[in-house]
Design a protein around this ligand. Sequence first.
Ligand code: HGA
Length: 610
Amino acid sequence: MCGIVGAVAQRDITPILLEGLKRLEYRGYDSCGVAVHADGALKRARSTERVAQLQEQVAKEHIAGFTGIAHTRWATHGAPATHNAHPHFSGHGKGSARIALVHNGIIENHDELRAELQAAGYAFESQTDTEVIAHLVDHLYNGDLFEAVQQATRRLEGAYAIAVFCRDEPHRVVGARQGSPLVVGLGKSENFLASDALALAGTTDQIIYLEDGDVVDLQLARIWVVDHAGRPVERPVHTVHVHTGAAELGPYRHYMQKEIFEQPRAVADTLQDIESITPELFGDGAYRVFKEIDNVLILACGTSYYAGLTARYWIESLAKVPVNVEIASEYRYRDTVPSPTTLVVTISQSGETADTLAALKHARSLGMEHTLTICNVATSAMVRECKLSYITRAGVEIGVASTKAFTTQLTALFLLTLALAQTKGVLSPAREEEMLKSLRHLPVAIAAVLALEPQIMAWADRFASKENALFLGRGMHYPIALEGALKLKEISYIHAEAYPAGELKHGPLALVTDAMPVVTIAPRDELLEKLKSNMQEVHARGGELYVFADADTKIMNSDGIHVIRMPENYGKLSPILHTIPLQLLAYHTACARGTDVDKPRNLAKSVTVE
Ligand code: HGA
């Protein structure tokens, strides 16, 4: 999603700004831009193409300067067009631009502010909510940018991270955040701002995480932070080592394919040679928290939400603790009945998902203080906001459609299930050992499923010409059906829906014709015979069944029933194994349709706006 980089230095900072944007590129964006202070004026370049094209433009137009800001935009207000790309300028009545500003987030009272600023004589060049902030800062500017930004932010409603500089104060960049991440990078007689420390990797590893309400004044030799009330505050400096090794594609065609094939390694790394289950895997004090809680509330969005739905089956069945799973963007606005004995679990790949962060804060505001996150980024806001955490070790995920992040989340959630079951005294040592053994074997089991790729490619060729698909699963495989349908939608743009198979006859069966592929997850479990009956209901109506069946299910290939056999039955961990073929099916179908697999249209990687 949107990315911000800013710098104040005594050298040309355009290479640092552009390199920072490149590091954030994988998150998805639709336009980008950079502005610098040069020869007493503001200069900018903006593009609706990639950062590489912006870089060419910058070189061609000789844009260089010691102070500047840059941005990748994922449009929320106003089309993805050059005139809406950031940085936005303002300079009412002065003949030339005075203020340059970039913004991540959404300003909810932008209409009201726009009307006010138009009345004050400002002409708007874009449809963005961001431009109102630029004009507002200019309007309030009285020779001190830091002061003007503090005043301006008091008028803003919604979420923002901003970086601003001013023509009249050449060695100063001011930043502010509320609800969207922003960090300061400290250098020697130079300082930086970014929406993520990753953008500054290679430039500085000395990072300050700003807090909501903070406004920061960046100058060459000092930084100064005030909180929402304007009080000076000290924020701790962290040494952050971000892995910057360029992700090589190797023999793969896309990052998504590479990431699917990395899953044995990602799951093994996430398991970290764990020798025994202990609550402390989730942080100090976890035992006391797990002892105290009597229910679990899981908050997440998208794929992470489906990981949460799967965990509900595990936790209720193995740990005997009741679980609610809520879509974060719904939970935060819903009247709920809070309980102080709830364990609030958030799941997010990036740890910066705006809706999940807001839902977490909402839960805490209701008095729920037992918080735990499953997250792939140790330095993220989510990890900092939660008391307990488990860091998945998927590594950087570049494909927008999540794959290895999902299976590592499931791995971590299974560990959580076992730790809860142990604390609650419902996990015998023998059962614990058996489960641990299965977990340790998981990377090998995933590798065996990956070997099914050629068979799945043959199916994908048939799927490529379809416009609709149904996915069926039962029990703990129903969330996996949801995830399979989501993957297919996201990257192939085929309309796909998932249903618990028993629900088919209550409506969706009306959609079934011979043009409708019905993907079915058929593990050998206690629901298998019921599932077979549901499959017959589809078959009887001419639907084409594509079944991923465990070896001993006795589901055979026949007219209208296509079967790919899974290498082994995997008991409680079966949802993880059954995820893999669905990822491959979505991936190869998208390839056959020629879509932009790693950067599907309209989507972004870490969703940092509401
Ligand atoms: N609302 C602004 C910024 C959007 C954003 O933060 N996207 O991730 C705009 O539409 O330009």
